[in-house]
Design a protein. Sequence first.
Length: 211
Amino acid sequence: MSASFDLAVASHPLLDLGAFVTEFPAPLGEQATPAWLTAFFALAAQAPLARDETTRQAVRDLLRHGGYKPTGRGKPASEYLVRAAEEGTLASINPSVDACNAVSLHSGLPISLVDLDRTRPPLSVAVAAAGQAYVFNRSGQVMDAAGLLCLHDADGPCANAVKDSERTKTHPGTTRTLSLVWGSHAVPGRSASVVAWYREVLGRLGASTAV
């Protein structure tokens, strides 16, 4: 695997961040998601971790700390996944996104996933300032990131626990990703457990990971 990455993380009383790089053996567009992985899209699937109310509240408190309101359309991505699984609309995208979604769904922690080669160093994690925003989908919808913990690169915020930016999302040519597990010290050890399972899943896909 190539050299690891540099990520500066601003001091935060609640954030227990898990971060690692994944390198895939071939571009994502050339890989199919195996059935054992999509089986985790079912809420009743047997998984090493199970979401709970304590974790859900801890994540919301983490996002509130900077002044952000994690409710309605602004709720954590992990809660969106639960609703999608309940409605049967959680669909396969590519092996990288599918692994991210499966682990987030069952662990209850939101996870950001970006194409590392679409970011511009330096990379950092900090609360976004007033006025900072980014486009989060192909239709050009914009998310106001102010007050929310975000991954930043040289061009500004590009990912957070709610929605990741369109400009750094994975695509068929992606071979290298950065994953951020947005954990909280209010649930000690949770982030580390999620990272361990997540890296195990990626390993089963033939990918290599490094912190």
